[in-house]
Design a protein. Structure first.
Length: 133
């Protein structure tokens, strides 16, 4: 997913997902809970379109992975390190323990069935305010 985000390749990102997959954004700026979740391929596509319009990732890394496998299901939690441009400002963020992924085995492939993002507060390593790109 990080590679697809850096390339802004929506189709590559969607190939990683199960058809019933869901993204839950715990920090999405909306008072309505239903505005913080996207389920199914059409909504996931809309989420990636909006994400890639708002942010151009220079680097996206999932670090300090914790993996639990139970039969055909796996749960992965990770820290996120991101460098991205938004509104002509370059931001470097560290989000410790931010992501929680649930995967389901589909034949020989693992597919994402749920991704919870922004579960912890971010640490701005360097918000380059005024650093025009």
């Amino acid at each position: 997913e990080a590679d697809a985000a850096e390339r802004q390749d929506i189709n590559a990102a969607l190939r990683l997902w199960a058809p019933d997959g869901a993204i839950i954004d715990d920090d999405f700026k909306s008072p309505n809970a239903e505005d913080r979740s996207w389920t199914g391929m059409e909504q996931l596509r809309e989420r990636y379109i909006r994400e890639f319009q708002e942010r151009r990732y220079e680097s996206l890394k999932h670090l300090n992975l914790s993996v639990q496998i139970n039969g055909n299901e796996a749960i992965v939690t990770n820290d996120l390190m991101a460098v991205f441009e938004t509104d002509n400002v370059l931001r470097r963020l560290h989000l410790p323990g931010s992501d929680r992924w649930v995967f389901r085995k589909d034949g020989n492939a693992w597919r994402i069935v749920r991704l919870e993002v922004n579960r912890t507060a971010s640490t701005d390593l360097s918000v380059s305010a005024g650093e025009e790109r």
